[in-house]
Design a protein around this ligand. Structure first.
Ligand SMILES: *[C@@H]1O[C@H](CO)[C@@H](O)[C@H](O)[C@H]1NC(C)=O
Ligand SMILES: *[C@@H]1O[C@H](CO)[C@@H](O)[C@H](O)[C@H]1NC(C)=O
Ligand SMILES: *[C@@H]1O[C@H](CO)[C@@H](O)[C@H](O)[C@H]1NC(C)=O
Length: 647
């Protein structure tokens, strides 16, 4: 009898699931600007294949999604970037000249890797097969136009006539619309923005998305367009073009480096999801870096409130779990995720509590049962789809005394220390003798521009610290200039962007974060020793004024020194979800008072004895909650409690 009721419960649950992920999402897409009530879910090829995936590998993964994950709401299969790049020697993530483009300057799938695309079929056959599996098909696209199309100066297709675009009595070409000084910052050879003021540029964008719809695409991940790369004009035009097409296409923005709720408000009514962080990979620092930003979006009511203020989902990025490759690699999957089990559960718990889209990143052909148990956990998926009032819960305390890790009162608890900064990278100055200061390398770009980058093996795909090298800029035309030229022979200014005239300004106290690199520590370029830098042969970068050398540290490492977090949300059957996270490197007892839950759910009056609870990951039932709920939480681990309370 118990079994029967259990089964019917799960059946009911399953129905609701499908209901949510298909009907509500479909509705949101068809009404446009309506509220998507469930975060989208699926698989994306990037974490396991970088850019080199083939049609066969993609369809093999899609087949596993269909067989094992579709029932859990994983519905989209998305091929990530550079599906148009030929996989030949010399081609890599920022190479130029290896892409397959059609006569209208549009990228099309590389026929070697995507054999069914031959004879102008694009992704039509792949989309058909994906649809045949009951799934939806997504592709990654870059902003603007490819450099290769601009160099080839291809004509622009007018989809309304099927002929070359004309306006003001003339034909228009790729060179007329491409903005060379607005190259994508992290793929400068590959793509550039288009001048959206021009009818020809809008026609070009329309020709791209019309073709995607003809192929049967259901999802576009538009990259180099949000966060630090924000381009609201192009987002607006693409969203209008998508609206005109008679095919619902889910519109996703990327990346989310430095994204803020204010920035997101400008686009949230135009798109279905947008990233709120930089790329997330399988390091603890990357997971930990998501806590502050999710808290801020929740506080801005952009996560999971009843009726999102925006209409779209803040996206914490893919889940890099299981069998993976490396960022920016030219290789396919070859290694296990570096996150341990606690860290994987922490990631899944935060992603679910923050209602992020869930896009699994591992190679599904090697899906193991532990990974499957994490990404298909029914309670986590229930929270991800249906929870409400999701937010950080600040009223927690922590103690090292593991004897207190039982129900009941904690006598000696203390407030956790101030959280340490989670900023990704910090530039310090240090003695040039310090071996850690080695790692600066110079790179000549095609227009003879030289940039100096901090070699970061883990993130070579998007170097966090690249600075453009310029001869000291001339500001005075006098004898002084000659003097200065002699004085600063061989020295250089360092610019944040190749087109900006603000220079990196150092002093022995300088401490720059990668975000600040864009603004406060750059000042107008001038003849000033503080702004003069020289690259030594031994890969150190010395500042002329201080004689000190730059060193880039991963500030996320500081996370280990402390930090507890907690999130709370309510379920659709009145449950309360309470999660504890221990971001520090030692085991910790984390406690919350039941009465404090009233502070975030003021319509309730919970008190000692009114709730029972269980922990999801261990399945352990704790019975009635006394005044304080306390649990020991492992380093980097989490506890996820489901409380059922009587009013
Ligand atoms: C995260 O938030 C905490 C608490 O407000 C703050 O002390 C810390 O500096 C923040 N970290 C970052 C990287 O912003
Ligand atoms: C690198 O070279 C500079 C200049 O020759 C020197 O002063 C510095 O000590 C060297 N640093 C290291 C770590 O080798
Ligand atoms: C996580 O547990 C360790 C070990 O008890 C503790 O040192 C650390 O401070 C805990 N985290 C927080 C934020 O308290």
């Amino acid at each position: 009898m118990k079994l029967v009721s259990l089964l019917s419960f799960f059946f009911f649950f399953f129905l609701l699931f499908v209901f949510c992920s298909q009907r509500e999402l479909g509705e949101a897409l068809s009404t446009r600007g309506g509220h998507a009530n469930c975060p989208p879910r699926g698989w994306n090829s990037y974490d396991s294949f970088s850019w080199i995936i083939s049609e066969q590998e993609f369809l093999q993964n899609a087949e596993v999604v269909s067989r094992r994950l579709l029932g859990h709401g994983y519905q989209y299969v998305v091929v990530d970037f550079l599906w148009y790049r030929r996989k030949v020697p010399g081609a890599y993530t920022d190479s130029l000249g290896f892409d397959v483009i059609d006569k209208w300057g549009r990228v099309i799938p590389d026929p070697q890797r995507w054999p069914s695309s031959k004879n102008g079929k694009g992704f039509t056959e792949v989309a058909k097969k994906v649809h045949g599996m009951g799934l939806k098909f997504g592709i990654h696209v870059m902003r603007g136009i490819s450099t290769q199309a601009v160099n080839a100066n291809t004509p622009i297709l007018d989809v309304s006539t099927g002929r070359a675009y004309t306006e003001s009595g003339r034909f228009w070409y790729a060179k007329d619309i491409g903005l060379k000084d607005r190259a994508c910052a992290w793929m400068p050879h590959g793509f550039m923005s288009v001048d959206t003021n021009l009818g020809a540029a809008r026609a070009f964008l329309r020709s791209l998305y019309t073709q995607y719809a003809e192929w049967g695409v259901d999802f576009v991940k538009h990259d180099c367009i949000f966060g630090d790369d924000l381009n609201v004009n192009e987002i607006t035009i693409v969203s209008e073009v998508l609206k005109e097409l008679n095919r619902p296409i889910l519109y996703s923005l990327s990346p989310g480096t430095s994204a803020t709720p204010t920035m997101a408000k400008d686009v949230s009514a135009l798109v279905n999801m947008y990233r709120i962080t930089g790329d997330d990979w399988d390091s603890w620092g990357d997971v930990a870096a998501h806590f502050n930003v999710s808290r801020d979006f929740a506080a801005a009511h952009m996560i999971g409130d009843k009726g999102l203020r925006g209409t779209s989902w803040p996206d914490l990025d893919m889940l890099p779990i299981g069998w993976l490759t490396d960022p920016g690699s030219n290789d396919g999957p070859h290694r296990k995720s570096k996150l341990n089990l606690d860290e994987q559960r922490t990631q899944m718990t935060l992603w679910s509590m923050a209602k992020s889209p869930l896009m699994f990143g591992g190679d599904l052909r090697k899906l193991d049962s532990i990974t499957y148990g994490i990404i298909a956990n029914p309670t986590l998926l229930e929270i991800n789809s249906f929870s409400m009032n999701n937010r950080e819960f600040p009223y927690i305390t922590a103690t090292n005394d593991l004897r207190a890790s039982h129900l009941g009162f904690i006598t000696e608890s203390r407030r956790p220390k101030e959280m340490t900064a989670l900023a990704s990278h910090v530039l310090h100055l240090t003695s040039c003798k310090d071996h850690k200061a080695k790692g600066w390398v110079s790179e000549v770009l095609d227009n003879e521009l030289e940039r100096i980058c901090w070699k970061d093996s883990r993130r070579n795909y998007r170097p966090p610290f690249c600075l453009y090298k310029r001869k000291p800029l001339v500001t005075v035309a006098s004898d002084d200039e000659i003097l200065h030229k002699q004085k600063y022979q061989g020295k250089h200014h360092l610019l944040a962007l190749d087109s900006m005239e603000s220079c990196l300004d150092a002093s022995p106290k300088t401490k720059l974060t990668s975000q600040e690199l864009k603004s406060s520590l750059f000042s107008p370029c001038r003849w000033d020793a503080n702004q003069m830098w020289e690259l030594n042969i031994n890969e150190t970068l010395v500042n002329s004024y201080s004689g000190l050398c730059g060193v880039v540290k991963n500030a996320k490492a500081n996370v280990n020194s402390g930090g507890i977090r907690s999130w709370v949300a309510t379920g659709r059957r009145g449950e309360i979800y309470l999660s504890f996270f221990n971001l520090s490197s030692r085991k910790m007892v984390i406690s919350a008072k039941v009465s404090d839950l009233n502070r975030v759910h003021p319509w309730r009056s919970l008190h000692q004895g009114s709730c029972t609870y269980r922990e999801v990951w261990t399945g352990k039932d704790y019975g009635v909650a006394k005044e304080t709920i306390s649990l020991a939480v492992a380093k980097h681990g989490c506890a996820l409690l489901v409380l059922r309370c009587s009013p």
